[in-house]
Design a binder for this molecule. Structure first.
Ligand SMILES: CCCCCCCCCCCCCCCCCCCCCC(=O)SCCNC(=O)CCNC(=O)[C@H](O)C(C)(C)COP(=O)(O)OP(=O)(O)OC[C@H]1O[C@@H](n2cnc3c(N)ncnc32)[C@H](O)[C@@H]1OP(=O)(O)O
Ligand SMILES: Cc1cc2nc3c(=O)[nH]c(=O)nc-3n(C[C@H](O)[C@H](O)[C@H](O)COP(=O)(O)OP(=O)(O)OC[C@H]3O[C@@H](n4cnc5c(N)ncnc54)[C@H](O)[C@@H]3O)c2cc1C
Length: 664
């Protein structure tokens, strides 16, 4: 059977309305229409071709990214795209570059931390891209430890200016995307010093380059930090370094929505939590969770379609061989990833709601839910990006040897995606923030304050600490209350166990350091509970379309039960479930795989990705894999000539046994 017949056959087998599922995936009919239109607009424009990224030199890749960005900006203006449309348009461009940092970090930092006057002055320029900005926080010596940053901004009352200075080599800004070659401006984080006193890290708007000839301003040393992981991939981005030599900026360029410095040099501290200065990071972490679902869905779409096209073994008397997707081992590796893509999508939707809610509360000076918003964005960013990075690599392996080819789309996706485990907060450091939040919540349980939000389940500690799961047969694992209780009991017991161990230390900080590894595990258990609970909550909503809800149910329980299987040690060691109940979960999981199998290809079609966006010969919609693999191979520059360059100098001498003649 040809690849296209395979996939057509698969699509015919689907037991649900794919078009309705596309709407569920997109979030609404309107969101689907925008996404569908924008992805096709990008795909149909030859400027956005991605096919030769792997063979470009760094300079060519960078210049091509500039060209794409300029073309995108022109189109966005000519077509009068709305903010929503242009965000999605840039996403489908699928090209890491300075636009990401300008729109996702520079503009939000000014919006979130600037005064009204500062917003009026800077946002119109930034919105029209008359200035291009980046987010310069991380330094050579410190990234995770924001309070350890060394760059100084010392107020000079004589001139009414701040003097920005990099006192050591380790204080050089190092990593900011867009900084190396493009940005004209940056939001720079530096230690504020007034009257000899260090007030800690604050944000400043700093012009870096001359707006006429793009040269760095006097007192500024700037450049690119060098080639990063993977061919093509993130090397289109000019992550940069930056040093200040007593560089002066006017006082009104300190972002002063929170704390202020007066004309006399008096520091007026913020009357709201200082952590609001970290607001830009919180906002980006929230979007990274939704991005995780997109990246996971992209890898899974490639691996699922290819697994349906690929056949190995099982042929009798010259008949057709088995599609590799029919092997239970393939299903056991692939289907939980498919389920994870949907799970991360729905938790991303919820997190967006939570973020919008906390933003509105902050505007009304209600800071009560800030710790939870921080813990949820940090923890879910950490958990979903780690799972997605691992998932992309698993998808590569699921595609066998051809998955290792650049044209499978998976190596580049992995190389671009994997730094998400590090940027916007190292995943371990972020999970420890969740753990701190959990330890605080556990410590307050006896005070009578009922925990709220995602820790509300801890309010039922008495029950959850001693309950035994009542699962008796495999089908019980499809009971939402029973599944939730297992996840709640496991998360609570792990958190309480850490809290009890902490009590054994006289010094709590020392105890926390000693227990870091356990604390991270407790944080992950809590985050997995959030994802499972939000997926179950999604099923309780009104979901239209023939068979759609049923497929989502299967995916939800595959997600939950595969986690039980993967983290069985946690569930057994906390006595949340028995070995027999674990075995019933496995039986149920196998049965769910069988139910999902005929729908697998349609479930990835529901992502509505264009072949352009997927960028994968293996994941093509038409399944026409083998002829296209040949076409791609023949395009390689090595195949430009039959006898390779270098033959006479270096190959022939081997064959002629005359290496003395080799031009080494
Ligand atoms: C084929 C492929 C093709 C290609 C296609 C591509 C498609 C593929 C798809 C990919 C798409 C890519 C697009 C993405 C674009 C983005 C680009 C990347 C941008 C990256 C930008 C960055 O990378 S930019 C730098 C980020 N750098 C951090 O992320 C530092 C972490 N480090 C901290 O964040 C703090 O350092 C840390 C640890 C909290 C300690 O903070 P700290 O020192 O103040 O200390 P403590 O821990 O003591 O905290 C004291 C109290 O503050 C509370 N608190 C702390 N943080 C809080 C907060 N945020 N909000 C509220 N409260 C907070 C805490 O809960 C405590 O509360 P309490 O006192 O009540 O307990
Ligand atoms: C592709 C990419 C793009 C980036 N873009 C930007 C940008 O635009 N702007 C910007 O300002 N920055 C940017 N960064 C920097 C990024 O935010 C930091 O690299 C990140 O916050 C991690 O900090 P670090 O490098 O200091 O890691 P480190 O903190 O040095 O981490 C090293 C190791 O130490 C561990 N560790 C550190 N602290 C602790 C702790 N307290 N407890 C336990 N373990 C710990 C970590 O888990 C990790 O294993 C970017 C980075 C990358 C890779």
């Amino acid at each position: 059977m040809e690849g296209d017949d395979n996939l057509a056959h698969e699509r015919n087998k689907a037991e649900f309305d794919v078009n309705e599922m596309k709407i569920v995936w997109a979030g609404s009919r309107q969101a689907f229409e925008v996404s569908n239109r924008m992805s096709r607009l990008v795909a149909s424009d030859p400027v956005f071709d991605k096919s030769n990224r792997a063979v470009m030199t760094r300079k060519e890749l960078f210049k091509n990214t500039l060209r794409k960005s300029a073309h995108a900006w022109k189109l966005i203006n000519e077509l009068c795209l709305s903010d929503e449309e242009s965000t999605i348009f840039k996403y489908f461009m699928d090209q890491p570059g300075f636009l990401d940092l300008h729109w996702r970090m520079f503009v939000p930092a000014i919006k979130g931390q600037g005064t009204e006057e500062q917003k009026q002055k800077w946002l119109p320029l930034a919105n029209k891209m008359q200035i291009i900005g980046c987010y310069a926080q991380t330094e050579l010596g410190h990234g995770s430890n924001v309070q350890g940053l060394e760059t100084t901004a010392t107020f000079n009352p004589q001139t009414d200016q701040f003097i920005l200075h990099s006192p050591t080599q380790t204080s050089s800004k190092w990593w900011p995307g867009g900084l190396g070659k493009v940005s004209t401006h940056a939001v720079v984080y530096a230690r504020l010093i007034t009257n000899g006193k260090d007030h800690g890290v604050h944000g400043f708007i700093v012009q870096l380059r001359n707006l006429d000839d793009h040269s760095p301003l006097p007192g500024i040393t700037i450049g690119d930090i060098g080639v990063k992981f993977g061919n093509g991939a993130y090397n289109s981005m000019d992550n940069g370094f930056l040093m200040f030599d007593k560089f002066c900026i006017p006082r009104d360029q300190m972002l002063m929505r929170l704390s202020k410095v007066t004309r006399e040099g008096k520091y007026v501290p913020s009357d709201v939590p200082r952590q609001l200065m970290y607001g830009t990071m919180v906002s980006v972490r929230q979007t990274i969770v939704s991005n995780a679902s997109v990246a996971m869905a992209r890898a899974v779409c490639i691996a699922t379609r290819y697994s349906a096209v690929r056949r190995q073994f099982g042929s009798q008397n010259g008949g057709v061989e088995t599609q590799v997707i029919d092997y239970k081992t393939q299903q056991n590796r692939l289907f939980p990833l498919l389920a994870s893509a949907y799970a991360f999508r729905f938790v991303g939707e919820w997190l967006k709601w939570l973020y919008t809610d906390v933003t509105q509360r902050l505007e009304a000076s209600d800071f009560a839910t800030l710790p939870e918003a921080h813990a949820c964005t940090a923890g879910l960013k950490s958990m979903t990006t780690s799972a997605t990075s691992d998932g992309i690599e698993e998808c590569r392996k699921l595609c066998g040897g051809h998955g290792y080819l650049w044209c499978s789309g998976l190596p580049e996706l992995f190389a671009v995606y994997v730094p998400a485990c590090t940027y916007e907060g190292d995943n371990v450091v972020l999970q420890l923030q969740v753990a701190r939040f959990l330890m605080k919540t556990v410590a307050q349980l006896s005070s009578g304050n009922a925990p709220a939000g995602t820790t509300a389940y801890m309010g039922r500690a008495k029950h959850l600490l001693q309950c035994r799961s009542s699962i008796q047969k495999a089908e019980d694992w499809l009971n939402p209350a029973m599944v939730l209780e297992a996840f709640e009991a496991r998360a609570l017991r792990m958190a309480v166990s850490c809290a009890n161990n902490l009590k054994k230390f006289e010094n709590q900080e020392q105890g926390f350091s000693e227990l870091l590894a356990d604390l991270v595990e407790a944080g992950i258990a809590h985050c997995q509970l959030i994802v499972v609970s939000k997926f179950i909550a999604k099923l309780e909503r009104d979901i239209k379309g023939k068979g759609v809800k049923n497929q989502l149910k299967n995916l939800c329980y595959i997600y939950a039960l595969h986690l039980i299987h993967k983290h069985l040690g946690d569930f057994l060691s906390t006595n949340t479930i028995t070995p027999e109940q674990a075995s019933l979960a496995n039986n149920q999981l196998r049965s769910l795989y069988s139910q999902l199998r005929p729908n697998a290809v349609a479930l990835v079609d529901a992502f509505d990705y264009t072949d352009h966006y997927l960028g994968s010969v293996l994941g093509r919609y038409d399944g026409n894999v083998y002829p296209k693999l040949f076409e791609e191979a023949l395009k390689d520059p090595l195949n430009d000539s039959v006898v390779p360059d270098g033959y006479h100098e270096y190959i022939r001498p081997f064959i002629k046994q005359d290496l003395r003649s080799a031009r080494l």
